[in-house]
Design a protein around this ligand. Structure first.
Ligand SMILES: CC(C)(COP(=O)(O)OP(=O)(O)OC[C@H]1O[C@@H](n2cnc3c(N)ncnc32)[C@H](O)[C@@H]1OP(=O)(O)O)[C@@H](O)C(=O)NCCC(=O)NCCS
Length: 162
């Protein structure tokens, strides 16, 4: 039953009482400005994903402009992790494009980036943050998100890998 549920794409809800803890990985520099990222280097990072690899520079540039907050991490000057939040900064937010370069995965960087983003002063008080995932339910639950029975995503049109 649980396996069946995990295969479904589920809307995941952020708990309001998320606790801040050991946010930063040593040697990594965290940025909360979209100006810290160029479309070119983000495109290089997207190449490692099925869902992001077809994104054009023009689309990525427009996306960065239109996204409320973009969070990134650099190691030796290189962009190695990214995520973004679309929000009104008061009532609602959604988390997208959580991504760590394969050479840096499995070291706690993805978790620390999300803690950094979700505890950011501009985001922390937003009472409802949702995200969308098919495979990372356990990962997201460890970061304070929870699934809600009976709530499934409704898409106006199917997401093609973009
Ligand atoms: C998913 C991702 C962001 C995780 O980043 P990471 O830095 O490797 O994650 P962490 O090292 O912080 O791992 C934290 C925990 O999540 C688990 N985890 C990491 N990636 C996972 C995955 N793909 N599926 C399930 N669990 C995963 C880890 O095993 C770890 O568990 P533990 O605390 O019990 O050891 C990274 O693997 C990635 O960029 N994947 C490709 C892009 C992607 O699919 N993004 C999500 C779509 S928006």
């Amino acid at each position: 039953m649980m396996k069946k549920m995990k295969k479904k794409q589920r809307m995941i809800w952020m708990k309001q009482n998320f606790e801040n803890s050991d946010i930063i990985c040593p040697g990594y520099y965290y940025y909360d400005s979209k100006l810290a990222i160029t479309p070119e280097e983000l495109q290089d990072l997207y190449r490692f994903t099925l869902w992001g690899r077809s994104r054009s520079l023009e689309q990525i540039g427009k996306m960065l402009e239109g996204t409320s907050m973009c969070f990134s991490v650099r190691y030796n000057g290189k962009l190695v992790a990214f995520c973004r939040i679309i929000t009104d900064f008061v009532f609602r937010g959604s988390l997208w494009d959580v991504l760590v370069h394969p050479d840096h995965q499995g070291k706690g960087l993805g978790s620390s980036l999300l803690r950094y983003a979700l505890n950011h002063p501009a985001i922390k008080s937003v009472p409802l943050i949702v995200t969308y995932t098919s495979e990372l339910i356990d990962f997201m639950c460890k970061l304070g998100f929870e699934t809600r029975d009976g709530l499934l995503i409704m898409q106006r049109r199917p997401i093609e890998y973009s």
